[in-house]
Design a protein around this ligand. Structure first.
Ligand code: NAP
Length: 295
């Protein structure tokens, strides 16, 4: 069963293959959602400083009754934090908000502040400063593993060439219709685990008739087909849902997509994000100035 499977990071730490995403789950509902996800069997919870729900996530972890060492918690340093002192203070802030002595994985949320997402300045120096703060916290035992999110190849190379620890994870947008194959190949060649965020395209692919037809042949839902696609690419998907029935469905992915159907899915190129196009991660550029637009 997928919920029992782990991958091994470059430093030997085991990370559950399927994670539970919490973007857009409000803080006052996060304990309920995390508790239900843990009840279903999820052991890996993904949050971020920008989601404003670390406290609720921490509450859900504690209330679950599951031993801390059986749970894996990821959070992310806000994209705007690009100095060592600021990043160090914010790492301690996450420990405090989550109510934990140690975070399993902490990522730099984006190489660029959201207001400049995918614009010219790569913030190489600022990312190195933030990275050194993560390295220090890792060496101090505050973090069990460290990585990045939304980093492209040049951003990864900046850290692996100039930092003292190479990133162990790159969390990137990856789903049927929009999969960064070159980046995935590069990261996997460097022993960087690639996590797939928005594995069901933030909901945008769920009504796609071609995917529904293929999913029907396997007797699964489109969400299950899309999550399975990520797993078969060697990615670690992080589906988000507030709904306990969807939590169960998203973890019931013990089937195999044929090579021919994987080839068809890999060639799908026309993801349409609808209203979600306004978010920087889908529109590739920030268009809204609110916290909840930062995935
Ligand atoms: N690092 C980054 O920059 C970044 C960016 C975006 C996301 N993320 C992470 O990745 C996680 C997932 O991404 P996401 O939230 O954008 O999108 P997602 O997981 O692709 O899609 C979530 C949407 O799909 C719906 N859904 C999920 N499972 C379903 C099912 N089985 N049947 C029907 N609808 C279903 C959810 O609605 P219901 O809640 O109603 O089920 C929700 O509207 C986030 O929560 C976050 O942890 C990271």
């Amino acid at each position: 069963m997928i919920l029992n499977q782990t991958s091994t990071l470059a430093n030997g730490v085991a990370i559950p293959r399927l994670g539970f995403g919490t973007w857009m789950i409000p803080n006052d509902d996060a304990a309920r959602a995390v508790g239900e996800a843990i009840g279903v069997g999820y052991r890996h919870i993904d949050t971020a400083q920008a989601y404003d729900n670390e406290a609720g996530v921490g509450e859900g972890l504690r209330a679950s009754g599951v031993a801390r060492d059986q749970l894996f918690v990821t959070t992310k340093l806000v994209a705007e934090s690009k100095s060592h002192a600021d990043a160090a203070a914010r790492i301690d802030g996450s420990l405090q908000a989550l109510g934990l002595d140690q975070i399993d994985l902490m990522l730099i949320h984006s190489p660029q502040p959201w207001a400049e997402f995918r614009e010219g300045d790569r913030h190489f120096e600022g990312n190195l400063e933030a990275w050194r703060a993560l390295e220090d916290a890792y060496r101090a035992g505050k973090l069990r593993a460290i990585g990045v999110s939304n980093f492209e190849r040049v951003d990864l190379e900046n850290l692996s060439r100039n930092g003292s620890i190479a990133p162990m994870v790159d969390q990137v947008m990856a789903h049927v219709g929009d999969t960064p194959f070159d980046l995935i190949d590069y990261a996997q060649s460097q022993d960087i685990l690639v996590q797939a965020y928005s594995p069901v395209a933030h909901g945008a692919v769920l009504k796609d008739a071609r995917l529904a037809e293929m999913a029907g042949r396997y007797g699964v839902s489109v969400a299950q087909l899309c999550i399975r696609y990520c797993l078969q690419l060697g990615l670690a998907p992080l589906p988000k849902t507030s709904n306990v029935a969807h939590m169960r469905e998203n973890a019931a992915v013990d089937f195999t997509i044929t090579d021919a159907d994987m080839a068809t899915l890999r060639q799908t190129r026309d993801a349409d994000y609808g209203e979600a196009s306004a978010f920087p991660v889908f529109g590739k550029k920030r268009q809204a100035d609110t916290n909840d637009a930062e995935g």
